[in-house]
Design a protein around this ligand. Structure first.
Ligand code: ADP
Ligand code: ADP
Ligand code: MG
Length: 548
């Protein structure tokens, strides 16, 4: 080991990582002897959105509690009575001095969008309207309700809302407040891309137009990129220690993160870089058919929702990305292929059967864990390979399962359950692997590792994987071809036939009216400002994503 990790290195790092300089100084806060310590703090700034980029368990919530005045940091001397006087002494002359002085005098008020919106119904019994009405401190609630498309669920009870609806309600509730400091702990879970872009624009406007300080934790890098004015990277060893770097420009922060090396800190945080291609992947020369499926439809109820599928072909050994708005029929399509539901019509013929005749391993969008058994017992029940060096290298290690193998399925967090579900699906013997929203609940580092694990799995096993996801970087990095869904959410959807990445991205992003430029350095895609030169030019050329 490199001397800092107490457990097995999640990256299989061979390089020796230097002990970070910061660790020789006193921490900002330590919860107790041998307990988690936080080094550094993010700097909230009026009129700006500050991003915090890093894994879960690295101290992000701890930092926010300090900035909100809920924890007086003890500067690592946890047996002393902490005092703001000592803290201010330590931060005198830094960018944080003014802010912390205001915290000490009790002059900072905070509004917060919590990370786990699924827990809101446990804490609040009424309707959406009842929840939101008490938050309308700036007189902008009506506008937020419209822009976040909450109007249709205003009189629904909170416990009947979907994840995406809850997320938008929670965001509106936090942003409607009139406070000095806003903390948004993940903006994008459960939201589709157009909802992500809208939510990001609303947060930006709050900072810019109202001169508020906003701190955002976000794991979708394309969204973080358009959202933040500056970025702190947080790194370390989750639940042991975390270091928050001084602010970096958004571009450098994300690029350094992807490269796996922090320049000013002189720190390697990952052995390999993540790189993007500016051109679409070349079509494979040999394309054998795994499945050829016909035109079909699926209606629910009395046709309240109808999905129309254009027939198509899924190739052997490809990763097929699937994109489209929420409520458009993506999961329905996956369930049709998995034979979990029956189509309404096949090839125009009502009541006909769809007989794919393949073994399909399916990870549903909502992962349930109701069996009170341990993770290792659960995974051994799926594959005899469990625990073999092959299984560890291909599945266990990249999905960081080692430290949770002895826990019960029912005790896992959302991100842990997701990783176990991906592992369980990939451990099955099947012709086609269907992963419905694998990025949900994963932090940024886990997304990077999971993306690579899925890609490697498809290549090494020469098998076929279909990945439905809203994280555009994940879709880009993992897919060979793309399937695009469009239509009117909750009314009707159309699934287009699988196509090449370039035309697929163009079709998908034209529906959204969003274009991407490329970072000069890493070729990383970045969302263009609407109406900018590049945005207009790329739309004229019909090139929304790949630029060469
Ligand atoms: P993040 O927000 O980045 O996920 P947190 O700040 O919530 O991280 O937690 C960082 C670490 O500190 C975790 O290992 C957590 O268990 C630990 N921790 C959080 N609160 C306390 C506390 N009150 N006492 C001891 N440890 C704590
Ligand atoms: P996506 O995966 O693209 O978000 P889904 O396929 O889950 O979309 O759902 C498409 C539409 O069908 C939604 O309006 C959803 O509410 C509806 N729907 C999904 N499953 C059922 C069902 N079993 N019964 C009735 N309506 C359903
Ligand atoms: Mg779905």
């Amino acid at each position: 080991t490199c001397g800092i990790c107490v457990e097995k290195c999640p990256f299989d790092a061979i390089e020796i990582i230097n002990l970070p300089q910061e660790l020789e100084d006193d921490p900002t806060h330590r919860y107790g002897e041998n307990a988690f310590s936080l080094y550094g703090l993010p700097v909230p700034e009026s009129g700006k959105v500050t991003g915090l980029l890093g894994p879960n368990g690295i101290g992000k919530s701890t930092a926010v509690k300090i900035l909100a005045g809920e924890i007086t940091p003890n500067l690592g001397r946890h047996d002393d009575e902490p005092s703001w006087e000592k803290v201010l002494d330590a931060y005198r002359g830094t960018e944080l001095q003014d802010y912390l002085e205001a915290v000490r005098s009790g002059d900072i008020s905070v509004a917060r969008k919590p990370q786990y919106v699924d827990q809101i119904p446990d804490q609040f019994g009424g309707t959406t309207r009842e929840l939101l009405d008490q938050t309308d401190e700036r007189g902008v609630l009506d506008d937020l309700v419209d822009r976040l498309s909450i109007r249709p669920v205003m009189d629904q009870s909170i416990d009947s809302l979907s994840g995406g609806e809850l997320q938008r309600v929670a965001l509106a509730a936090a942003l409607a407040r009139d406070r000095d400091f806003y903390f948004v702990d993940e903006l994008t879970p459960y939201l589709d891309i157009s909802q992500r872009v809208t939510a990001a624009r609303i947060v930006r406007e709050l900072a810019e137009a109202e001169d508020k300080a906003v701190l955002v934790v976000e794991h979708d890098l394309a969204v973080l990129d358009m959202l933040a004015d500056s970025i702190h990277v947080a790194y370390g060893e989750p639940s042991v220690y975390g270091v928050v770097t001084p602010p970096k420009s958004v571009r450098n922060g994300i690029n350094e993160y992807l490269r796996g090396y922090l320049d000013n800190e002189n720190m390697r945080i990952r052995p390999e870089a993540i790189t993007f291609e500016e051109h679409a992947p070349r079509p494979a020369s040999r394309e054998e058919t795994l499945i050829s499926y016909p035109d079909m439809t699926k209606s629910y109820g009395d046709g309240e929702f109808t999905l129309t599928v254009d027939g198509g072909v899924i190739h052997q050994n490809e990763v097929l990305g699937v994109v489209g708005p929420n409520g458009i029929g993506k999961s329905t399509f996956a369930q049709l292929l998995a034979d979990d539901i029956e189509p309404t019509s096949v090839g125009g013929e009502e009541g006909a059967d769809l007989d794919i005749g393949l073994d399909i391993a399916y990870k549903p969008q909502y992962v349930e864990a109701d069996q009170p058994i341990r993770v290792d017992a659960f995974l051994s029940s799926i594959t005899d390979d469990f625990g073999s060096s092959y299984w560890n290298t291909e599945i266990g290690d990249p999905l960081q399962l080692e430290r949770i193998l002895e826990q019960n399925l029912t005790d896992l967090s959302g991100g842990e359950r997701q990783r176990v579900a991906i592992a369980a699906t990939l451990s099955k013997d099947a012709d086609l692997y269907l992963l419905d929203e694998p990025s949900a609940h994963l932090d940024v580092e886990q997304r990077v590792l999971a993306t690579r694990a899925i890609r490697r799995f498809a290549e090494n096993r020469e098998t076929t994987v279909m990945v439905i996801d809203h994280d555009i970087y994940m879709v880009d990095l993992v897919s060979d071809r793309l399937m695009v869904f469009d239509g009117e959410p909750a009314a009707h959807g159309r699934a287009s036939t699988p196509q090449a990445m370039r035309s697929g991205m163009n079709e998908f992003l034209a529906n959204l009216d969003v274009t991407f430029r490329r970072d000069e350095n890493l070729g990383r895609p970045r969302i263009n400002k609407p109406g900018s030169q590049l945005d207009k030019q790329q739309k004229r050329n019909g090139e929304y994503y790949y630029t060469t």
